[in-house]
Design a protein around this ligand. Structure first.
Ligand SMILES: [Zn+2]
Length: 94
């Protein structure tokens, strides 16, 4: 196990996961909000800015979550900036 820096609060901790234990709880709460958003309010091409405004999840955290495999098939436009545009072919419509 190596010492890692929490992706959320910047604290150093020893674990194999991406965030420290405290932030893991916050991450789980955010993720459930995010999943709720996708289940209820998702429209194809929704922007990250809209998701952030609707869920209260910060841009930085949202970008991190959207990198997760479970969200990889969801098509979202980048409402924050134009970098990191992933124009994949595997768009889905829910
Ligand atoms: Zn943390």
């Amino acid at each position: 196990m190596e010492l890692k820096r929490c992706a959320r609060c910047g604290k150093f901790y020893a674990s194999d996961v991406e965030v420290c234990q405290e932030c893991e709880k916050k991450d789980l709460a955010d993720l459930s909000k995010l999943k709720g958003f996708f289940a209820e309010n998702y429209v194809s091409g929704v922007s990250k800015g809209e998701i952030s405004a609707s869920t209260g999840i910060s841009a930085r955290n949202l970008n991190r979550y959207l990198g997760y495999e479970e969200f990889s098939g969801i098509y979202i436009t980048d409402g924050f900036n134009d970098i990191n545009e992933n124009l994949d072919d595997d768009k889905i419509s829910l």
